[in-house]
Design a protein around this ligand. Structure first.
Ligand SMILES: Cc1ncc(COP(=O)(O)O)c(C=O)c1O
Length: 385
């Protein structure tokens, strides 16, 4: 079946964070959900459940667990036991739960920057020290890389947990087997637990291949919590369902114990939608990925042709583009300039790390016509500088 990702759906009036935070004349390309209508089969499964009028407390949906297990094996050749899969409400809660489960107050939590802002919050929320290692920009390859010496030197006497973001938001990297192996070796050497946020693992562009870090070896898996969710890929983040995959039983017990009383598990309808997403949406998924990849190519070409001084980092994955505006001549912070002069809503680079004040993050998970209109507005605003 063919799905129409060009369709423009009016999301205003639905309580959408993305569409209802800015004034109605703004085109919002910020918060990380997409504007694509959900695959009708997912909606059908939810509606079928709603034929029953009672929405009480729910058990873990066993079909969801089997669907996750099968999806991980089919897509990443990662075979995990059913018992390893723990449903939760969200990946951000999973980052916070990992901090609680594996650290004691005063311990350090390391992550690579620039990064999705909740990575900074998770240690702070839990009275832990946020510790950063910097990804560096490799100009020749137009891509961010890891300096492994710098990474290892960022580990302090109190570092206990490494929170990895792979694929990486906002720099769009899919870390390679060699990179992941080197990171894991360092974590083993320093006895760090790894919490790997792999929420973007399914939106990977041609020529790249996602590897769950825990799938590299049993030794690595024994120290790793992997956080996944169909929410980004299948556009169901409002349904609050994600999964932690923890193969080591002792670690899993520690994690489950730490979240007692804080999480009631995943949402009833979210579990149904996630089960459907993982098990019966392959054609929708392939087409969505192709559409987003074409938007990536379109944006890359557009930047070169009509956004002078704006430099786009090459995206290997995700629907989040990372734009360096430092040579654009924009006199103020760029997200404010584009909001006020172009009526386009973007994420501020500063929220991803110090030193990124001249960057913006732009969400390409939308119909081409909206993307094009937003870029035309941005281009016109730059002409007036
Ligand atoms: C890297 C990353 N992790 C987690 C999330 C959010 O996860 P959740 O909505 O499941 O808490 C996002 C959303 O943008 C993200 O980009």
């Amino acid at each position: 079946m063919q799905f129409n990702f060009d369709e423009v759906v009016d999301r205003r009036g639905t309580g959408s964070v993305k569409w209802e935070t800015f004034s109605p004349d703004v085109l919002p390309l910020w918060v990380a959900d997409t504007d694509f209508p959900v695959n009708p089969i997912i909606l059908k499964r939810i509606q079928e459940r709603l034929n029953h009028p009672v929405l009480g407390y729910t058990l873990v949906n066993h079909e969801l667990i089997l669907a996750v297990q099968n999806f991980l094996y089919t897509h990443y050749q990662w075979a995990v036991d059913e018992a390893a899969i723990v449903p939760m409400t969200g990946v951000v809660p999973g980052l916070n739960f990992s901090c609680r489960a594996f650290c004691k107050p005063g311990d350090g939590v390391l992550f690579q920057v620039p990064v999705y802002p909740p990575f900074y919050d998770a240690p702070r929320n839990n009275f832990l020290e946020a510790q950063t290692s910097s990804l560096y920009f490799d100009k020749e390859n137009n891509s961010y890389k890891i300096d492994f010496d710098e990474f290892e030197n960022s580990i302090k006497f109190n570092t206990r947990l490494f929170m990895l973001c792979n694929p990486h938001n906002p720099v769009g990297r899919v870390f390679t087997k060699d990179e992941l192996s080197a990171l894991a070796d360092i974590c083993i050497r320093h006895n760090l637990i790894i919490c790997s946020d792999e929420i973007h693992s399914d939106i990977i562009f041609s020529g790249n291949h996602h590897i769950p870090i825990a799938a590299l070896s049993p030794e690595i898996s024994r120290r790793t919590v992997t956080l996944i969710s169909p929410s980004k890929t299948f556009n169901i983040p409002g349904l609050n369902c994600s999964l932690a995959v923890i193969e080591d039983e002792k670690m899993r017990q520690q994690f489950v114990q730490a979240i007692k009383g804080l999480s009631n598990g995943a949402n009833l309808l979210g579990q149904i939608a996630s089960c459907s997403a993982y098990s019966e949406c392959q054609d929708w998924y392939s087409q969505a990925k192709k559409y987003i990849e074409a938007n990536r190519d379109f944006l890359e070409a557009y930047c070169d042709a009509a956004l002078p001084g704006i430099h786009m980092t090459h995206m290997e994955a995700t629907y989040l583009a990372w734009l360096d505006c430092s040579e654009s001549g924009i006199p103020s912070v760029p997200q404010e300039f584009f909001l006020n002069q172009a009526k386009v809503g973007l994420n501020a680079g500063s929220t991803f790390g110090a030193g990124y004040e001249r960057f913006v993050r732009l969400n390409i998970g939308t119909s081409r016509i909206i993307l094009e209109e937003a870029l035309d507005r941005m281009s016109e605003s730059l002409k007036k500088l």
